[in-house]
Design a protein around this ligand. Structure first.
Ligand code: PAF
Length: 281
């Protein structure tokens, strides 16, 4: 695996490989890689001749400076993991490389980006679209891989690709969980042992809610999750919404959509964790 730091070097490598007819998969990441990222990289390695993994903590998607500063940075360990997974290139640019000038582009995919994370983290998805579109423009991949844990992000990127007519396939990959159910996240590294134990109540509640939903209304299921998180030690619910998995709009009845997902964001101490669960797919 080659570690490349500039757009020019990456494009020089890719031009040669593409001229040989090789297909390219892109896995955008912010580093602090874990088994969830590894699953995206392995999928890309299986489905493409060449896999580019970007490792870049994108400042424009952080609406909270403290969160940006505290975001874990583990580039050496990341590159070792990427090598083991069979990636062809780790693309590790500097902020100046990706943003030589401030990016003033505005992306708006309302109503997808105005609810949930979009409501609680103003500007977040604009920053995500800025960096992801730049990576698409630089790499021009055949396929790009994103985790379903960031459910709303995946929906917005699909919409961006559709509207901007990027000729590439977006591949959504299932959430990877620890054996005890905790959804893998780079932010888990910031949890103390006690907080990690408390955080388990997020996935436990979501799993329980699937059985509960089979015999209860949407409103009752909503309340059950809200109450369970309120009663769990050390957790503070930011939102839980039961939405149409395609439009991300709240539903009132289970029959309102063919694809229904519950999306949750919870503060565990200072650490903001997200997760989701499918009720209908
Ligand atoms: O999901 C992430 O890690 C980031 O939002 C992404 C897609 C790599 C863009 O910085």
């Amino acid at each position: 695996m080659k570690v490349v730091h500039t757009i020019k070097d990456l494009q020089a490598e890719l031009t040669v490989l593409k001229a040989q007819g090789k297909t390219v998969g892109l896995v955008p990441t912010m580093g602090a890689l874990h088994a969830g990222h590894a699953s995206l990289v392995k999928r890309s390695v299986d489905e493409n001749d060449v896999t580019v993994v970007s490792v870049f903590v994108n400042p424009t998607q952080f609406n909270d400076k403290n969160d940006l500063e505290k975001y874990p940075r583990t580039v050496e360990a990341d590159c070792r993991l990427l090598e083991e997974c069979g990636a062809t290139f780790a693309f590790v640019p500097s902020v100046e490389e990706m943003y030589p000038q401030p990016d003033t582009r505005q992306f708006s995919y309302a109503p997808l980006d105005t609810v949930m994370e979009g409501a609680f983290r103003p500007g977040h998805f604009n920053g995500v679209c800025q960096i992801v579109s730049k990576l698409f423009d630089v790499v021009k991949p055949d396929r790009a891989y994103f985790g379903e844990k960031d459910f709303q992000q995946l929906a917005i990127i699909r919409e961006m690709v559709r509207q901007m007519k990027y000729g590439l396939e977006i591949v959504g990959c299932p959430i990877v969980r620890e054996s005890d159910g905790l959804a893998l996240s780079s932010r888990n590294k910031r949890l103390s042992a006690e907080e990690r134990e408390n955080a388990l109540n997020i996935s436990r509640t979501l799993f329980k809610s699937v059985d509960f939903a089979a015999t209860h209304t949407v409103a009752e299921t909503q309340r059950m999750v809200e109450e369970a998180i309120a009663e769990a030690p050390g957790l503070r619910l930011e939102y839980f919404e039961i939405v149409d998995g395609n439009t991300l709009q709240k539903i009132a009845n289970w029959e309102d959509a063919p694809y229904v997902v519950g999306c949750i964001t919870v503060f565990c101490g200072e650490v903001r964790l997200i997760d989701n669960i499918k009720y209908k797919s």
